[in-house]
Design a protein around this ligand. Structure first.
Ligand code: HEC
Ligand code: HEC
Ligand code: HEC
Ligand code: HEC
Ligand code: HEC
Length: 196
């Protein structure tokens, strides 16, 4: 409940709806993760500096959007089920909420102001890519998401819902990571399946 007191009106609605849907405790029940020691809501400058993964031009937090607000992954990564590329959300997707939601504390307000500025000046935020395989490798997201089911994302990306900043949990640039699972699941391992 302490968390709720810190939320703005827009997010309060989202949070209340999530709790009404009985999902209010799922963050705590997801088990240990590399970010367990961090508070879900307020991060000091030294907490932020210690986070793994590349610094992004806007401090966008999955732990808030997914962990606290319960926005589904596919609300933002909308093509992950149909295409090789999961898609990074457009500024318009952000503004669906941030036209109204300005942030409940000064650190959030500063970052959300950057999002509004990017939208108003039509200069999309240039996110730094975290995961990317070499050009000679083909990775179809939709095939994996269909087969691996509801927690598919977590299999490869870890517990993103608890990450204030996304980092690589698995070394996707090591062929062994792919082959180990393809072996276990008896998937085709011909070189040409993955290599162009
Ligand atoms: C409100 C929108 C939003 C939601 C919901 C969301 N994401 Fe994201 N995601 C982003 C944005 C924006 C980025 C790019 C900035 C960054 O890396 O933090 C991103 C980046 C990522 C990345 C890193 C991409 C790269 O460059 O490798 C992964 C992995 C990811 N998201 C997974 C997830 C998963 C899994 C979920 C659900 C548990 C999720 N996202 C929910 C907006 C969202
Ligand atoms: C479904 C609604 C929704 C969408 C879509 C959404 N946000 Fe948010 N966002 C929120 C809420 C709620 C908060 C918490 C606001 C507060 O009380 O400070 C928030 C907080 C933030 C913050 C400050 C805290 C943090 O996460 O670092 C930033 C920056 C932010 N959003 C950026 C984005 C960007 C960039 C996008 C698009 C990729 C996006 N948001 C999409 C609802 C949304
Ligand atoms: C079997 C492993 C695996 C699964 C499952 C998986 N991913 Fe990925 N993801 C990857 C790999 C590998 C890359 C890098 C792909 C590339 O460079 O083409 C990646 C890249 C991404 C990116 C960055 C794309 C970009 O254009 O910047 C996002 C976002 C992402 N994944 C989100 C998700 C979401 C959301 C889910 C669940 C619905 C998911 N992934 C499931 C392995 C996986
Ligand atoms: C956690 C398990 C897992 C991991 C990790 C994984 N895959 Fe897969 N992959 C699968 C499964 C299961 C399928 C079969 C999907 C189907 O039946 O449609 C598959 C299918 C594929 C296909 C399509 C195969 C075909 O016959 O057309 C490609 C290409 C592929 N994976 C590439 C990769 C690459 C590249 C990586 C590493 C970056 C990777 N996979 C990591 C489980 C995995
Ligand atoms: C399931 C997918 C998959 C299959 C099957 C696969 N590879 Fe790879 N391979 C990868 C990935 C992922 C990388 C790492 C690419 C990167 O650096 O991002 C890689 C990298 C490589 C490299 C670059 C050197 C290295 O180790 O990084 C060579 C060479 C290579 N593969 C050869 C092969 C050969 C030969 C076969 C068939 C016997 C094969 N691969 C089958 C996914 C696959």
């Amino acid at each position: 409940m302490r968390k709720l007191a810190l939320l703005g009106t827009g997010s309060l609605l989202v949070a209340v709806l999530a709790i009404a849907a009985g999902q209010g405790t799922s963050v705590a029940s997801q088990g240990p993760s590399p970010t367990d020691t961090l508070p879900a809501w307020t991060l000091s400058a030294s907490d932020t500096a210690a986070l793994k993964g590349p610094r992004q031009p806007v401090f966008f937090r999955h732990d808030i959007h997914v962990g606290v607000n319960k926005t589904p992954c596919q609300y933002c990564h909308s093509s992950v089920g149909e295409s090789s590329e999961p898609g990074i959300p457009s500024m318009a997707t952000c503004m669906g909420c941030h036209l109204i939601i300005g942030g409940s504390d000064s650190s959030h307000q500063v970052e959300i102001a950057k999002v509004r500025e990017a939208f108003n000046t039509q200069k999309p935020i240039e996110w730094v890519r975290v995961h990317s395989v070499a050009r000679h490798v083909h990775f179809p997201h939709m095939r994996h998401v269909k087969v691996l089911g509801a927690n598919a994302c977590q299999t490869c990306h870890g517990d993103v819902a608890r990450m204030p900043q996304v980092f690589k949990v698995n070394n996707i640039n090591n062929m062994g990571f792919c082959i180990t699972c393809h072996n276990q699941r008896q998937v085709n391992r011909d070189c040409t399946v993955c290599h162009f």
